[in-house]
Design a protein around this ligand. Structure first.
Ligand code: ADP
Length: 317
């Protein structure tokens, strides 16, 4: 715009000068000879006018740039900070949930020990019972800390801790079943297996963990002498593995929250009967996502549940 303005002045001036020179009769105004001649060519009024126009134009442009950058800065800062804010909130929620879960068994442990220490006539049998109960609480705490460590490991954005190599589905399922065998035996639950062998790229220990979590839940939330099934099929370059049970099932309204950390579908019903911290399914979800897959659930209250894991087997991870 500045160049344009200067060009405009120059053009106007040239036109004026040419007009004056072509007019031979043009009288030189008094006082405009010699050095003062340039004032004759440069119209002082026009210069003042141009300066004013340039100043107004620059002020307007600067104001616009300032306003636009302030608005864009505000908008972009909000967008950039939102995920950080969400992450901090999530982190705070996690710390408070984890400390709450840690406090419950610790309080039980402490009060049991205190009560028994006050008993001056504590017999050997009572002391043994106390130690056995303490051991249970310690086992729970150990399970919680193991799960927290695993969750943080799988949540890392990079693939630290995961060794991606060719794995065999039947071997993974075999090892997962081995992990939950005792639990199934204690409840006399049969595990029906219908697995088609498939080789794909993945991290074996985490996949064993994934299916052990699903089988463990299926057994935990089924009644004694029930059946739990695990089956697989391939569809559209994806491996589909389903774990189904005919257990207590999950209400529809609870399903959207199921994979959230520390979420338990029915606190009152399950807490006292079954151990668990509501971390299993969130770990399962992290493992599936590390393998670029998806996990879904179909369930009906008092009828049973089917958890399906879908993992792409064609692409490299
Ligand atoms: P938990 O350690 O409590 O089992 P999970 O994250 O594995 O934690 O599961 C979260 C909740 O989902 C459980 O508390 C339970 O209410 C529900 N759930 C998971 N699997 C099943 C299942 N197979 N049948 C019924 N409810 C289930």
């Amino acid at each position: 715009m500045l160049t344009y303005e200067l060009d405009r002045v120059e053009k106007i001036q040239r036109a004026r000068i040419e007009r004056r020179f072509s007019d031979r009769e043009a009288p030189v105004p008094p006082g405009f000879g010699g050095e003062n001649m340039r004032f004759f060519y440069l119209d002082a009024q026009l210069v003042v006018e141009t300066k004013k126009r340039i100043a107004i134009f620059l002020a307007a442009v600067n104001l616009f740039v300032l306003g636009a950058s302030a608005a864009a800065g505000y908008f972009l800062a909000g967008r950039t900070l939102r995920p950080i804010e969400e992450m901090v909130n999530e982190q705070n929620r996690f710390v408070s949930d984890a400390s709450h879960e840690l406090r419950t068994p610790l309080t039980a442990l402490k009060s049991e020990i205190e009560i028994n220490l006050r008993n001056k006539k504590l017999t050997l049998n009572e002391a043994r019972r106390l130690l056995a109960s303490n051991l249970e609480e310690v086992d729970d705490l150990q399970q919680l800390s193991d799960r927290l460590i695993k969750l943080s490991l799988y949540q890392k954005e990079n693939k630290n801790g995961l060794v991606i190599e060719e794995v065999s589905l039947s071997s993974i399922i075999e090892q997962a079943i081995r992990k939950i065998k005792t639990l199934a035996k204690n409840k006399n639950i049969a595990i029906l297996k219908n697995i088609k062998e498939c080789k794909f790229k993945g991290d074996e220990p985490s996949l064993i963990e994934l299916f052990a979590i699903l089988l463990d839940n299926a057994i935990k939330y089924s009644s004694d002498n029930a059946e739990v099934a695990i089956s697989s099929k391939k569809s559209d370059g994806c491996l589909l593995v389903s774990v189904s049970d005919r257990g207590i099932g999950i209400a529809k309204s609870k399903i959207p929250n199921l994979f959230k950390r520390f979420y338990r579908a029915d606190e009152s019903r399950v807490k006292s009967e079954m151990s668990g911290y509501g971390l299993g399914l969130s770990i399962a979800k992290e493992i599936v996502e590390r393998h670029k897959g998806q996990i879904s659930v179909q369930s009906e209250l008092n009828k049973g549940s089917i958890f399906t894991v879908q993992i792409p087997v064609r692409q490299t991870i």
